[in-house]
Design a protein. Sequence first.
Lengths: 124, 459, 649
Amino acid sequence: MISNLPQDFSPILVQFLLALGFVIFTIIITHVLGPRLKSKQKEDPFECGIESEGDARTPLSVRYFLIAILFVLFDVEIIFMYPWAVNFKSLGWFGFIEMLTFVAFLMAGFYYIVKKGVLDWERD
Amino acid sequence: MYPIISLSVTGLLTLFLGFSENKKIVFPASIAFLLIALATAFIDWNAPGFYFNDMLQVNNTSIVFWAILIISAILIMGFSEGFERFEFAQPAEYFAIVQFSLVGAIMMVSFKNLIMLFLGIEILSVAMYVLTGADKRNIRGNEAALKYFLMGAFATGILLFGMAMFYGATGTFNIGSGVFIGGDNSFFLWIGCTFMLIGMLFKVAAAPFHLWTPDVYEGAPTIFTAYMSTIVKTAGFVALFKVLSTTFSGLQDFWWIMIAVLVTLSLMIGNIGAVSQNSFKRLMAYSSISHAGFMLLALLGDHENALGSIMFYSVVYTLATISAFGVLMVVSKERIEKGRVYEQNDLFKGLAQNNGFLATVLIIAMLSLAGIPLTGGFWGKFFVFRDAASSGLFWVIIMAVLMSAIAIYYYFKPVLLSMSKKTSLESITINPLAKFIFAITTFGTIVLGIFPWILRSLF
Amino acid sequence: MSLIALIPLFPLIGFLINGLGYKKIPKAIVAPVGIGAALLSFITTVLVYFQFKADGQTIIQPLFDWITVGGLNISFAFQIDQLSIIMLFIITGVGTLIHLYSKGYMSHDEGYGKFFAYLNLFLFSMLLLVMGANYLIMFIGWEGVGLCSYLLIGFWNKRSDFGDAARKAFIMNRVGDLGFLIGIFLIIRQFGTLEYLSVFEQAQGLEMGNISIMFITFCLFIGAMGKSAQIPLFTWLPDAMAGPTPVSALIHAATMVTSGIYMVVRSNVLYTLSPDTLEFIAWIGTLTALLAASIALFQNDIKKVLAYSTVSQLGYMFIGLGVMAYTSGFFHVITHAFFKALLFLGAGSVIHAMSDEQDISKMGGLWSKIKITAATFLIGTIAISGLPPFAGFFSKDEILAHVFEHNKAMWALAMVGSFMTAFYMFRLFFLTFTGKFRGTKEQEDHLHESPSSMTIPLIVLAGLSIVGGFIGFPEIFHLPHALADFLSPLYDGSRAVNPEFGLVHLSHSTEWMLMGFSVLLAAVALGVAWFIYVKKETQPADPSQLGGIKKVLADKYYLDEAYQIAFVKPVEKASQFFYSTIDKKAIDRVVEGTGDLTSLLNRLSTKLQTGSTGFYILVMSIAVAAILILNMGTEIADQFFSIFNAQTK
């Protein structure tokens, strides 16, 4: 019998609790049981060689992030194309025009980005 | 329906207007676009109907709210002076975002489907996150924007979770039919209802989900503080009402006490918290929390009246808030300290002597917010109290009345300061547009204080 | 708009013009507007009289529904009947004359426009008082005339003692008004309406001596005590002489102070139902008449003498009412309005001539200097003393005859008062107009007869004082008692509830005897006064040198001082106590405590505002959890257990 009442999910819940409990238990127990030695040398990122200098994290140009985000944005929009492609026939001309509108908006956004110079790597 | 299309298109247009040589054109064009949207709103007047596969519902009620939202936006944008004072300003983008955010607000007041509600809330919220950080070089603004975004995302998560639960329990996103407790799914329904309410209560800054409010209000540029305290609040309350009065009306016994407790909490935290605030914007933030409490009161009463009361309250609150923030904007630009405009309460010291007009506007706004008779605020409070009284919630009303008494204390702080003899201000310049907007808001407050029925009898 | 509504409308318009245009409109227009308003009102009254006389029915003129609360409906309506038409004639008639007189009297005053505005406002209020068709409108008028009286007593507001006198009048009236107001509430409670017609109709169905009617009439009478200056609320009236003399004549002699009598006559059904109240009224009237007359014996201020005389005459009116001789009491109101207005205006003329001197010990021998004033003043004096055939004789004698029938002791006391009245009035007359001039040389040089705008009212009023009594001949003269016949319909209700009402048992011989006796007494008093002040030329003594009983009388029985100790001091003490102890120590503490509590809570609530986003989200999460648990803790537990239950099955 297929049913989706809450109690039908109980095995999953039990499984989840067990898994979670095991993880928490392991983390705590290793912290408690594991022998530890703390010293400056031991906490250093490198234990030998030259002294470390500066920050481990070097700042990246914000353009990387911008381009990454824009990529994700346009990439995700493509997802809409798939269901449309599948239902292309049943949606007919109406669907086609809707999709054109959507793409037009997208293109407007793209044009805006280009015009704004976000993709100019060598600006400034 | 038409304003959504109109605003989407004109928003895009505004973006491209930013590329034009003449930057000055953006401001009048944006106001014109908003007016066009206002005009298109009335195309559907007396022609109720559904759009987008029953996802949006348009009727006269929603058109009235569209008009309120768009007019509020116009009034607030009137103070922008084209954002010429902003350093690194991108006026076109700001105006475009304002227009897009209105699309969200309009969806929030006319949704028929929870997906539309979610979309509306998100469009409005994301726009607000960006606008909060509009003053890019202001570290407080950046902090506020990030805080708002993080907490807003958290609240959105809760809201979406609630919707999912609701869908799980009922199998539909449509809010058309009421749902009732009973059957095996009621547990999911309960959780869904609670979480959805929490998500929306966050947006309208009701306690205990108010913590973002003072920080964000203070950090954001004043013009966008005014925007979020009026438009977001109005749209949020209408959305809350729509959800509670339709699909959740069958669950009234369940959420009723919860809302009543939150009303009390909002009133206490809002009013008591405002007492010691020195920053005018923080004061207004707490005031906004307490007004959320008052407007929630209306939801506790009879649904026949509640929408009218919420509408009236939003309008008078919007008018008074625009006046108050408007005066702050006009006056604070005259006093720059450490490269920032000075926005403490004592900015208003001696305002009455310096500029009687601004002082009058400020005082009437404060009186209205405090709910003194002959201002609209009094009737706003009166209507929500009456609604709450009809449901017999006297302990909440007593609390609300007590808290209104405290409110008088802090609303009178700027009033008293403005009356003092000493002034630290030079002569203040007001541009004619701002003067015109002040005239509208102040006159509106007084007229609604004397003839409340002209608005209240709309529905 | 009917004629009736116009009567009070004219003075109101006059008030608005002169009041709003004060200091803006030229002086030449002020007086015509003020006098014109009064005159138009008088003319309208005459027209209304003919309209009323045509069918003789009471006219009710509703203007609008005023207050509708629950079952209580109070309309704003005017009532025209025999009583109100006579009052209208007195108010507008005497009022017009006094307005005219004021034109001359006040001509040198700065506040000329203000004065006429106030006078018009007074006329308006007084007209409301007598025209109202229910007790509430009467009360509005009642309060309105109180306000105008206050404003006009303190008219010369640069002198603080005048201001004190005004306040005294106002406060004492307020004491009375409280009683009046309670009376109105009791009427609403008893009858559920305030309209005269319906109250009196319902009252006719009640028994004599009904206890709630007694309370109503008593409370209403307390109002009358204040307004008509009866013991113990009379001390304001002599002080009220601080106001300009036309005010004293109009408000504090002819009209406002008689509104108490008007009220009793208006509510005669209620009073007839309550013999106890009537008895009380009669004795209060007697005592007031005697007390005031005795004080007047040794006063040296010309206006003070007239003021005490007014109090005393008002006492006679209440005696008349108290013995159920409503017509006689009201008759005295009419004649008194004539001769007392005359006397006051005459006094004003004397004061005018004497360059604002009011002390009669500085006067004397004015007869030859100001002949018209003197002659008219003499007419007034004879009229008030009760010598035939002048007006006072008829009305006073009628009252005394009724008193004799009612209670012989009261009659004797009233006769004593009557004797004193004749004595002090002739003392006043002789000291002022005969003998040698005792004032300064400057005053003597300045002596002059008043302008015609002042003497014309004097002559008119003197004429009325002579013939005014003929509207009510005693029965024994075999002439018609016009007033009694006219007023008769008013007492239908009283006749219905008390079959004894209006029956006279006196034989004609007794009446002749009483009349003769009172005329004789007045004549004797005249003789004594003549002997002392003319023959022996006794000078009026300085009050500070008087001794014994005379000093007590001259110092007004120390009543003001007694009131000071009995009422003012304790109130001051109590006020001090409430301020320093109750207010400062108790109430302020509570108020400040509220503030302290608020700021404490404020500190706590703002602690939440750490600024850390993580903390905010933590608080929100806790709140969400709390809501979930509070809202549906049991459901969550149920679900949880049901999972396991299902599992173990």
